[in-house]
Design a binder for this molecule. Structure first.
Ligand SMILES: [Zn+2]
Length: 103
């Protein structure tokens, strides 16, 4: 076998290796649903970006309340049970954890 034949054989082996690699890669992507995961994640990212843009357009939402807005905004009422000190819903008559009546 002369040099050009050996080079041709080497080229053929490399080419076949690349094709086999690409086929195996496609099989793995199909088996582990990597392409589906990728498209799903991209869809989630697009949806999140849309939501972010909508929130940015809505005044008073999506931005951290600072200064005047913090005083205007309704404060979040966090009541605690008098007996067990766990959080109790506003207006609840009894603690849902220990059953103690809430005045
Ligand atoms: Zn309680």
């Amino acid at each position: 076998m002369d040099t050009s034949g050996a080079l041709g054989l080497l080229f053929l082996i490399v080419l076949i290796s690349i094709v086999v690699f690409l086929i195996c890669r496609e099989v793995l992507c199909w088996y582990w649903k990597i392409n589906e995961q990728l498209s799903c994640l991209m869809g989630i990212r697009e949806t999140l970006e849309e939501i972010q843009q909508q929130l940015a357009r809505t005044p008073g939402v999506g931005t951290a309340p600072a200064g005047d807005q913090a005083t205007v905004a309704t404060p979040v009422v966090r009541l605690a049970c008098k007996r067990c000190e766990r959080p109790v819903e506003h207006g609840a008559r009894f603690c849902e954890y220990c059953g103690a009546p809430q005045a």
